[in-house]
Design a protein around this ligand. Structure first.
Ligand code: UD1
Length: 430
């Protein structure tokens, strides 16, 4: 069992090149099932979530070959339609194969994603949309079974602009008969990037990035080569790593307009932010100013950066209100931050963060990916040693986080528990 040990108090400075976006890569990987032809994707990062999606694709009869920086995928066995519980429970986004399978083969059997560490996260909107397109769906023995002779275009109104539902339905609609409209669609950059890939495959998807997406069904799709957008959440995490230590970090290969709401808050907190082409520089000195943050669907402040931003605000001068509107249980970093000396009070979906002048290192446990990132950031700024356990959560979304931070001057390393250590019980990975 591994953990990350951090000796806090080092000022970080330097450059980081941002990886390809995990959350854009996952649906795009699922979309490769829409054709039997080969697709080529460049620069997909070696993350646990990506490997899980490769396993799902292989289970569904795809060949996945990593050749240097390029991954080649084609479906050599189009007779397999089932994604098992073992894989889907590891990662909710596995459910994104439902739309492509149903669209291309008229059938799919996918395990229900089940519970999740950051709230219940249902899939009702995915299923309602597919039913509107003519699918017959049953849920039995923990699996969602869907059938349709051929999906047909439909007008779908999402109750909330779900990213996953927008993506699943967009993929399903590419091969449907007629035109599909998705109203109240998610506008996230990852949705736009998926539309870009689908269009490169020969689909007709218009309006991605607005709240109405229109998809005109075509008879078939072909393989495509595609470059996926950079990871805005990874970029934001590294900018915060610099800022929380009073340092200066430049992220390269970043798209600043994907991060506007976040950068505005960083500036409001007193951090100097400078954008130049595809690089963003954030320089901080002293304690941040308190600022209020409210998570919202894009282009609002991203929920995935809420826990890391909260870690930053624990050291602010004054009191900040952090409101989480997307997920109902996304304050799981709070108890752990408090163990490091943070002063935070929770009331429903609002956290009141009263800034302190320093944190102290402590043994803490990551409960999910972004909560884990928050604890690492807090550890970078804290006095003394912080040990972050359950690092497999971090490996889902950051490529060797500790090595990148060490490259910026942090004193941080991954260690292995001694064989006889008492290891805390881990929850299953959501
Ligand atoms: C994606 C991201 C995740 C991010 C989230 C919100 C991926 C792989 N993951 O997750 O990192 O935090 O967007 O930006 O891209 N909901 C329903 N019914 C549904 C679907 C969703 O009620 O059928 C609700 C959820 O419970 C949640 C809200 O909608 O409250 C947003 O969820 P959604 O946008 O679907 O998140 P994901 O696609 O799972």
């Amino acid at each position: 069992m591994e953990y990350i040990a951090i000796e806090g108090g080092r000022r970080l400075s330097g450059k980081v090149c941002v990886n390809v976006s995990k959350n854009a890569a996952l649906p795009i990987l699922a979309a490769t099932l829409l054709t039997g032809e080969e697709s080529k994707l460049e620069g997909i990062p070696p993350l646990l979530d990506v490997f899980t999606m490769y396993d799902v694709l292989r289970q569904l009869g795809a060949e996945v070959r990593e050749e240097g920086k390029v991954v080649r995928i084609w479906r050599s066995d189009p007779t397999r339609f089932e994604a098992s519980h073992d894989l889907v429970r590891r990662m909710r986004a596995s459910f994104l194969v439902m739309g492509p399978l149903l669209a291309r083969h008229g059938r799919a059997r996918i395990s229900l994603p089940g519970g999740c560490a950051i709230g219940s996260r249902p899939i009702d909107l995915h299923l309602k949309g597919l039913v509107a397109m003519g699918a017959v769906i049953s849920v039995e023995h923990g699996y969602v079974e869907a059938k349709a002779a051929r999906l047909r275009g439909a007008e779908i109104h999402l109750d909330v602009p779900s990213v996953g539902a927008t993506e699943n339905l967009m993929m399903a609609a590419t091969l449907a008969e007629g035109t599909t409209y998705i109203y109240n669609a998610a506008r996230e950059p990852e949705v736009v990037d998926l539309a870009g890939f689908l269009n490169a495959m020969g689909a007709v998807v218009r309006g991605a990035g607005t709240d109405v997406v229109r998809i005109s069904g075509v008879e078939e799709l072909k393989g495509a080569s595609y470059r996926i957008i950079p990871d805005r959440i990874e970029a934001g995490t590294y900018l915060l790593a610099g800022a929380i230590t009073g340092g200066e970090v430049v992220v390269e290969n970043a798209v600043s307009h994907h991060l506007e709401a976040f950068l505005a808050k960083l500036r409001e907190a007193g951090v100097e932010v400078e954008v130049s082409g595809d690089s963003i520089r954030a320089a901080a000195s002293g304690r941040p100013r308190a600022v209020d943050v409210t998570t919202l669907p894009y282009p609002g402040f991203p929920t995935d950066l809420q826990p890391p931003f909260m870690a930053f605000l624990t050291l602010s001068e004054g009191t900040s209100l952090v409101t989480e509107n997307i997920f109902e249980d996304r304050f799981r970093q709070v108890d752990e931050l408090k163990r490091m000396g943070a002063r935070i009070r929770l009331q429903g979906k609002v956290a009141m963060v009263e800034g302190v002048d320093h944190l102290t290192g402590a043994p803490v446990t990551a409960t999910d990916l972004r909560a884990g990132a928050a604890l690492v950031l807090a550890g970078l700024a804290a006095r003394g040693t912080t040990e972050v356990r359950a690092v497999h959560h971090l490996d889902r979304g950051y490529v060797r986080l500790e090595e990148t931070l060490a490259g910026l001057g942090a004193q941080i390393e991954r260690r292995r528990e001694p064989a006889d250590a008492k290891v805390p019980q881990l929850e299953p990975v959501p």
